[in-house]
Design a protein around this ligand. Structure first.
Ligand code: ATP
Ligand code: ZN
Ligand code: MG
Length: 505
């Protein structure tokens, strides 16, 4: 959409602006419109797209300015350029700039407004009107908001919402990459039900949470061992331990702060650890047998962040703000040190869509070529693993958010390789497909977000792959069933005889 801006603001000086300064102001306005505001603007930019001062007047100590612009030297940028210039001029008359007061800021966006667009509701938006071909905004912004580029970010946000709305409910563009040979499936039951029946798992007390008994755990470890042997060791990934409590700062830098809120498990901390402060809570429980949630709510701060959602963001502060030597790239690491948590709400299903799950996360960094090469090596090894070792019926597909799949959204060299490939396995009992892992090439998103550079100055990219143990287990058991002797030999051999430990009368 094409933006048009208009802005009225007062530059307030330390004393009354004398008449003898007026010609200088006059000249400054003239010069700003003809020279200053054109700096950095392409030669072929249409005249009325470039910021200009359309009105100015002096009253006492205030110089009131009205500016308009299109997309070039937007009114707030123009205002700051002019402020610097005119402050220098009036300095010669021993008058200092004291304040900048924005009295009116309007934005008009022209272009087709997609149906279903919901304009943001934010404190900076005083009023917003939406027609079929234009959006009119009146903003309540301070000078500090303008310095923080609030209007630019707001417009970007509205454009993003418009792009997303234009593709309606379709959230992902899905494109098949590989399909394994079809296989005969003699087993056609939901494996979760059978795992419960056999006492392999039991519901835990939190939602979407299971207690995995010895056999189920053994199968997790079997898959882990296979991943170590077939993927991690041959490709030289080294183990690290990433934190599992994620403060806002990490999600601000990873970009998750742009939208992860509906699925977070939030984390809060006590206002104090003074036992006396908490005594009434403990006493209430002792007397009633109930935990007083409301009383606790009053006594905690935060949330300070949430539990691990995606595993890799928590790695990045390890290298954040540094410059890596050339010879440590490509770097390949992995984490399997703890649980991930997502509030899946009504989506919970079996062991495969849960609120608490276990994943091995592979992470790699390098030049764009190195990053893509690692992704390709992974695809190759995964394919062998699923076809020849686990003997699954599976497929892989490139998934891209719909509005990004459109031309122009992913620009820059090699950018066609940025994105996610999902791995899916067929579930014979429901004749549907389950995503059990993925491989992503993330471009420079994380290095940029966490400010990581390379000695040589070349571009730094990264990728990650999340191997979901619950999803592997669900896919494997759904296809192979529970006759252990029917399982592929490498799984059977490692699984051994997983003894039950608990027997119930
Ligand atoms: P889905 O579309 O199935 O919800 P997703 O796109 O949210 O999956 P990602 O964010 O790509 O999943 O997470 C990477 C991997 O983490 C998945 O491939 C899967 O193995 C695992 N995973 C994600 N959410 C869950 C969950 N709720 N329960 C179990 N495993 C999960
Ligand atoms: Zn990741
Ligand atoms: Mg999900």
């Amino acid at each position: 959409m094409q933006p048009r801006f208009s802005l009225t603001a007062d530059l307030v000086f330390s004393k009354e602006i004398p008449d003898e300064a007026l010609p200088a102001i006059e000249r400054a306005v003239e010069e700003a419109n003809t020279v200053l505001f054109r700096k950095g603007v392409p030669k072929d930019a249409p005249e009325d797209e470039i910021g200009r001062i359309t009105g100015h007047s002096v009253a006492g100590a205030a110089l009131t300015l009205t500016l308009v612009s299109g997309g070039y030297t937007r009114v707030h940028d123009a205002l700051f350029r002019f402020r610097k210039h005119v402050a220098g001029l009036l300095g010669r008359h021993r008058i200092g700039l004291r304040d900048l007061v924005v009295s009116d800021y309007r934005v008009e966006l022209r272009g087709e407004v997609p149906e279903g667009l919901r304009l943001p509701v934010l404190p900076f938006i005083q009023s917003a009107e939406c027609g079929p071909e234009r959006i009119d905004l009146v903003l309540a912004v301070s000078a500090a908001d303008l310095e923080n580029k609030i209007p630019d970010r707001l417009i970007r946000l509205i454009e993003e919402k418009a792009e997303a709305a234009a593709y309606g409910g379709k959230t992902e563009h899905w494109e098949l990459v590989y399909e394994s040979p079809k296989r005969e499936h003699s087993y056609r039951e939901d494996p979760t039900a059978e795992m419960i029946r056999r006492g392999w798992i039991k519901h835990a007390l939190s939602r979407g949470q299971w207690i995995h008994g010895p056999q189920s755990t053994r199968l997790f470890r079997t898959f882990e061992a296979i991943v170590l042997e077939e993927i991690i060791e041959p490709l030289g990934f080294t183990e690290m331990v990433f934190p599992k409590l994620v403060p806002w700062e990490v999600w601000m830098k990873s970009g998750h702060a742009k939208g992860v809120y509906p699925e977070i498990y939030y984390v809060s901390v006590p206002k104090t650890r003074d036992p006396a402060y908490w005594e009434e809570v403990a006493d209430y429980f002792k007397v009633t047998g109930e935990v007083p949630i409301e009383m606790i709510r009053e006594k905690i701060d935060g949330p300070i962040g949430g539990l691990c959602y995606a595993q890799c963001p928590s790695f990045w502060p390890f290298v954040g703000g540094t410059t890596l030597t050339n010879d440590c790239l490509p770097a390949r690491i992995f984490d399997r040190s703890g649980t991930s948590h997502r509030y899946e709400s009504g989506g919970i299903h079996g062991i495969e869509r849960v609120d608490e799950f276990h994943r091995i996360e592979l992470l790699w960094l390098g030049s764009p070529e190195q990053t893509v090469e690692t992704a390709d090596l992974l695809h190759e090894r995964y394919r062998r693993l699923f076809d020849e070792v686990l003997e699954l019926e599976w497929r892989s597909a490139r998934v891209t958010p719909w509005f990004m799949a459109q031309e122009g959204m992913l620009g820059g060299e090699g950018s066609e390789r940025i994105g996610t490939t999902d791995y899916e396995a067929v579930l014979p009992y429901s004749d549907s497909w389950l995503e059990f892992q993925n491989v992503s090439v993330n471009g420079d998103k994380y290095p940029r977000g966490f400010n990581v550079k390379v000695q040589s100055g070349q571009d730094l990219w990264s990728g990650c792959s999340g191997i979901g143990l619950e999803r592997w287990t669900a896919a494997f058991l759904a296809q192979k069933g529970f006759e252990l002797d029917d399982w592929p030999a490498p799984v059977r051999r490692r699984f051994g005889d997983a003894h039950e430990i608990f027997r119930f009368v």
